[in-house]
Design a protein around this ligand. Structure first.
Ligand code: GDP
Ligand code: IMO
Ligand code: MG
Length: 445
């Protein structure tokens, strides 16, 4: 049975959770691979809205094993709150497991991040302030605390915490280290013991677990968080998150090698949004921007901040297809474009100062700030598409729009989403079932 990676192909919030929830119906395992509670993944089903931050979006299927992988960073309080909320709604969570190799976000990390963001003044990254950057800094800097460390003999845990606090002494003012809860040796020890007890039912060696399931040929979904342009290597650095949100991160964050992956799907909105700071070439500050924001209800799932909105950017999308090795696209929120008389697709950039035309995504931030989009204009569709579940039933301008995006990205459209609910979806190709429906007929190849 196929193993499928689902990643965000823009700046996050593309609708990854909806796609994961949809495909989870036929997958036996879902692994969340990287990031932490900076993610906000929304699933709407049966009139209910679920917002996941750390728990994989396949959790609504009791028979689907949901794993929080080794590549994640875990805030135990956030995870326990999510677990409690789901239990209150009748989900027993016997199908949830947490990697003993995942890293822990400590109270100190959130404070450290707030201090750095405050000090950056107008150069802020606009992070979610969930302690993600400092957690990954400590992971890579070898001062991290892993889930398994919580269960070490108490003297070994105390020694590790002493090392961590010693390291932090150089980074935080002494008065904060003394006063903030969870930042003294004693309070941190108690905090860790509490986290260890709470997390205990879920913690396991998920590497063995995924390999047992792979040996049984169970279909596996890998759930990315954030998006390609927020990836620490490929994104708009330094306005990025601190993990690899691309397909490579799915492998390192789950313990499953690239040779076991059968299909990679990139989720893209029919337009672009971004939350937080950083350059955004196709950003709109006009009535269309307001339409996208209001109709798309573009407010951050984790922080509630307004998302910036703009036209579809094919330069960025093509780059995403390349760095992820995408096999198919899931085009979401197409319904948000309903009623717009014309649609624009950015097919290249022009440097404002030099006039140079660019077809590739620039590395340098200063260049990206200096480009203006070169647009192609296409007619919109003046009808509602939220009830359409067959590709052939879409209005011709919508089919043409998808076809043009597919051509520009050199990647087929596998899924089209026309509303937030599970059933508001056109599945042209289901990679888990290896079933292709109207895709050839519709010409989206
Ligand atoms: P994720 O982080 O990529 O999982 O995406 P988010 O959950 O942060 O944001 C996507 C938002 O769009 C959520 O509120 C979804 O319920 C909603 N959504 C997903 N697909 C569609 C769609 O096709 N149409 C509309 N109108 N909303 C959608
Ligand atoms: P999902 O998984 C959108 C953004 C933040 C900020 C930058 C760095 O829901 O798509 P961080 O807290 O990660 O250090 O912030 O990344 N960001 C996201 N934007 N969706 C997300 O996750 C995001 N996670 C982080 O707004 O610009
Ligand atoms: Mg989100």
């Amino acid at each position: 049975m196929p193993n499928v990676i689902v990643v965000g192909a823009q700046w996050g919030d593309e609708g990854k959770a909806k796609v994961i929830d949809l495909l989870s119906a036929d997958a036996r395992v879902v692994v969340r691979c990287q990031g932490g509670c900076n993610a906000g993944h929304t699933v709407k089903h049966g009139g209910k809205t679920f917002k996941f931050h750390l728990i994989p979006s396949g959790i609504l299927y009791a028979d689907t094993l949901c794993i929080i992988g080794n590549g994640t960073v875990i805030d135990p309080e956030v995870l326990m709150a999510e677990i409690a909320a789901l239990k209150a709604q009748g989900y027993n969570l016997d199908n949830l497991k947490l990697s003993n190799r995942a890293h822990i976000t400590l109270p100190i990390h959130k404070l450290q991040e707030k201090n750095v963001e405050d000090s950056l003044a107008d150069q802020k990254i606009g992070t979610t302030l969930k302690g993600i950057g400092p957690s990954y800094m400590d992971k890579v800097g070898r001062f991290g605390l892993r889930v398994c460390d919580l269960y070490a003999p108490s003297e070994a845990l105390a020694e590790r915490l002493r090392q961590i606090l010693q390291h932090k002494r150089g980074l935080l003012p002494e008065d904060q280290l003394m006063e903030e809860p969870g930042l003294t040796m004693d309070s941190l020890m108690v905090w860790c013991q509490e986290a260890a007890e709470n997390l205990r039912p879920y913690v396991t060696d998920t590497i063995s677990l995924v390999h047992d399931r792979l040996a049984q040929k169970q279909s596996m979904l890998f759930e990315g968080a954030q998006g390609t342009l927020l990836d620490v290597d490929y994104g708009t650095y330094p306005f990025v998150t601190s993990s690899n949100a691309t397909t490579g991160g799915a492998c390192t964050g789950s313990g499953v090698g690239p040779t076991r992956i059968d299909y990679s799907i990139g989720v893209m909105k029919g337009y672009v949004t971004r939350v937080g700071e950083g350059p955004f070439p196709t950003e709109l500050d006009d009535a269309v921007g307001t339409h996208l924001s209001q109709v798309g209800q573009e407010f951050g799932t984790t922080t509630g901040r307004a998302r910036r909105c703009g036209w579809f950017d094919a330069v960025m999308a093509r780059y995403s297809v390349q760095v992820n090795g995408l096999d198919g696209l899931a085009m979401t929120k197409l319904d948000v474009l309903d009623g717009l008389s014309e649609l624009k697709i950015c097919v290249g950039y022009r440097h404002k100062a030099t006039g140079e035309r660019m077809e590739t995504f620039p590395a340098q931030l200063e260049t990206l700030k200096q480009v203006e989009p070169i647009y192609e204009t296409m007619p919109g569709w003046q009808t509602e598409i939220t009830g359409i579940t067959e590709f052939d039933a879409l209005p011709t301008p919508a089919k043409n729009y998808l076809q043009r995006i597919s051509d520009l990205c050199q990647c087929p459209v596998a899924i089209v989403s026309v509303g937030p609910e599970r059933n508001q979806t056109i599945v042209c190709h289901n990679p888990i079932l290896e079933k292709t429906l109207s895709v050839q007929k519709a010409g989206i190849t």
